[in-house]
Design a protein around this ligand. Sequence first.
Ligand SMILES: Cc1cc2nc3c(=O)[nH]c(=O)nc-3n(C[C@H](O)[C@H](O)[C@H](O)COP(=O)(O)O)c2cc1C
Ligand SMILES: Nc1ncnc2c1ncn2[C@@H]1O[C@H](COP(=O)(O)OP(=O)(O)OP(=O)(O)O)[C@@H](O)[C@H]1O
Length: 303
Amino acid sequence: MQIIDFNIKDNKLEKNNERIIILGKFNTLHLGHQKLLNKAIELKNKTNKELIIMVYPDFNGFNKKQIKNILPLEERIKIFKKYNVDYLLLFEKNAKNYQITREKFIKYLKEKLNVTDVFVGENFSFGKNKLDDLILLNNNFNLHLIKLVYYNNQIISTSLIKMLLDEGAIEDVKKLLGFNYFYSGKVVHGMGIGKKYKTPTANVNVNKNLYPPMQGIYLSKVLIDNKYYYGITSISNNPTFKERPITFETHIFNFDQDIYDQLIYVELIKFMREPIKFTSIKKLFEQIEIDKKDAIMFINKKK
Ligand SMILES: Cc1cc2nc3c(=O)[nH]c(=O)nc-3n(C[C@H](O)[C@H](O)[C@H](O)COP(=O)(O)O)c2cc1C
Ligand SMILES: Nc1ncnc2c1ncn2[C@@H]1O[C@H](COP(=O)(O)OP(=O)(O)OP(=O)(O)O)[C@@H](O)[C@H]1O
């Protein structure tokens, strides 16, 4: 997969291939996005045309701000590679790119990228004028307008999933994403307190662009070296202790290997409770023992 930084003047791709493009921001990959992607891949396989997907990076070029996404760009790249997408068109939100007219953008797609087919959801628009935008696309390409995917009468959208994450509604998030919300990163050293209380935790250095869920204690599944383990994850600023930054740490069940510096994936399965400010470390670890029992009970029920 080739990553192209959008540039209206450059980015000329070879003419000998016709191409399909999926237009949107794609800040994550929810069930609506997956429908679009699967339909476009069907056409790619049928026609041998190459597939381009337009995505927004984790950066807002207007105010130079980092954006927090449910899937930071590096995770999205891994997924699009698995889908065999040929090109990722990185479209930075900045004044220069936003000044480009729809007509110029369409000309660029046709002449520079040799696009013949465009996939968008029914709610797609370049700006405010949705109907006009769709007519314009239809006049210039084979337009594949994909019906929106709903959950409980609500259109699935990135914004809706972010709202649910803010509430810790991790099980609903899974229904909209089609996969467990997860984060990944290398295991780093913590304070070493957990070990003393028979609860070692894998602290993960998460991508700064990750959109976090509500702080809390979650039942989780951890992927290490292609093998899954259950765990309990604490995402909190550890209110029992003074001025600790937010940490992402997991006590992994039935596991005692040294994994410092190793890349792990942590999938959140169930919200268990909110973090509590305990009056002593002893009380905190008494509660953690209860959490372990609750988690094991739940895991055994699932099996
Ligand atoms: C299952 C679990 C539940 C936790 N619950 C809380 C909590 O309610 N309040 C809190 O201040 N810290 C909580 N923590 C975080 C602990 O403060 C943290 O694991 C401990 O300070 C050890 O940190 P270390 O890994 O840096 O040594 C929890 C951790 C785990 C694994
Ligand atoms: N629920 C959905 N079903 C089908 N297609 C969708 C759905 N939501 C978005 N799309 C389409 O997927 C493409 C990318 O969507 P985009 O990421 O821009 O929107 P979104 O997920 O609704 O995000 P936001 O909430 O930030 O607007 C667009 O073509 C859009 O029309």
